[in-house]
Write a protein that binds this ligand. Structure first.
Ligand SMILES: [Zn+2]
Length: 382
């Protein structure tokens, strides 16, 4: 991972680079940031930069032996520690899942703990949330007794240290305080409230801010996505780049949101319960990512209607198909119902985040939509 692959975060990158250049490298650091921020990506690019054999002024070289191994996240002196589940292994440690974890991270450097736990799928029969068990601490001690294979700086990267059992934390305290020469601990956390004070007092904190709108737009600049859609996704996900990438990669490319959405709105308008029931079944089968994208799209279309009705049509960000749909649909969206509709749609997105039953949710939403589309305007149209 190179610094340049991570959007924004200029100030932190600069500070990290100059700390390496000035040899002020703290042996225990904690990268702290919200879900979907750059914290893990920055931690990995920092570790790569530390070990790059041909460091540039602003980034790793990307081609030396160390960089090539870092690219695969498979450098022998880079250890990942992360929450795991008890599946077939009674006393699991990260090494048992390292291949899956590397693949998981490489797929999305801004991903979340929930996604990682979800990736266990049916293996997680009891709804475990993941922990870093005490055996992990023993494993780290064992590894640290050996010399570094080849790197100047061996990096032990602990992702989500807040998931450490107290026993794990306690067993690591001394190591965090005084690791062997050439070993650096990098903790990557979302919540320091859940960390023992004794851990916190031993690490230097690197605060990572949420991505800005400009960061998110620049990240997707090659993909010809609608700026408006990205803005909405940014707001809806609270700047969570991991979530936005996931939504876009998995769904937008192979889904015609317009067809689904326009059909649904027509059914609501015609009060066609039978068809609505079919549509809600279909949507509920498609999974959370699609559902959120669908709802974000619905919000976008309501806003476009308002622009169409009340503002300069040059401001519309619509395709030809969408615009011809607006001609018929926009008279039904106005000052009396638009805010309510958008509120319902936004609430639905939040409910999906909280794992609501999608079938019930979309059915109820459709009923509300039917009612709201029939709300009469107070004033006649000009
Ligand atoms: Zn290099």
């Amino acid at each position: 991972m190179l610094f340049k692959d991570i959007p924004g975060n200029k100030k932190i990158k600069k500070e990290l680079i100059s700390s390496v250049d000035n040899k002020r490298i703290s042996h225990a650091q904690l990268f702290l940031g919200g879900e979907g921020s750059a914290k893990l990506a920055l931690a990995i690019s920092y570790a790569q930069f530390l070990n790059c054999e041909n460091r540039g002024q602003t980034d790793s070289c990307d081609i030396c032996a160390s960089c090539l191994k870092y690219k695969k996240l498979a450098h022998p002196d880079l250890f990942f520690v992360f929450p795991v589940l008890k599946t077939t292994i009674k006393t699991p440690v990260s090494d048992n899942f390292i291949f899956e974890f590397r693949k998981f991270i490489k797929n999305n450097y801004y991903t979340s703990l929930d996604e990682w736990i979800d990736s266990f799928g049916k293996q997680n029969k009891t709804g475990q949330k993941g922990k870093i068990y005490k055996d992990e601490a023993d494993n780290i001690h064992k590894k640290i007794r050996l010399k570094n294979y080849e790197a100047k700086y061996r990096v032990i990267l602990i992702w989500m240290p807040e998931k450490m059992e107290t026993r794990t934390s306690n067993k690591l305290l001394k190591l965090l305080e005084e690791p062997p020469v050439g070993t650096i601990f990098i903790l990557v956390s979302e919540n320091t409230d859940k960390l023992l004070a004794t851990i916190l007092s031993r690490v230097q904190i690197v605060k990572v801010h949420d991505f800005t709108e400009a960061d998110i737009l620049s990240y997707f600049s090659d993909e010809k996505l609608e700026v408006d859609m990205l803005r909405q996704l940014k707001n809806l996900t609270k700047s969570n780049l991991g979530r936005i990438s996931q939504l876009i990669n998995q769904e937008a490319s192979n889904v015609d949101l317009f067809e689904q959405y326009s059909a649904w709105v027509r059914q609501c308008y015609k009060l066609d319960i039978q068809e609505i029931s079919k549509t809600t079944d279909e949507i509920s089968r498609k999974g959370r990512n699609f559902q959120q994208l669908f709802l974000s799209y619905a919000i976008k279309m309501i806003r476009e209607c308002l622009i169409y009705n009340f503002s300069d049509k040059d401001l519309l960000k619509t395709t030809k198909k969408e615009e011809s749909f607006l001609v018929n649909f926009s008279p039904f969206i106005h000052e009396k119902n638009s805010v309510l509709i958008v509120e319902r749609l936004e609430e639905s997105i939040q409910s999906i985040n909280r794992n609501a039953n999608a079938k019930i949710l979309f059915f109820e939403l459709s009923l509300q939509m039917m009612k709201l589309l029939k709300v009469k305007r107070k004033f006649a149209v000009k």
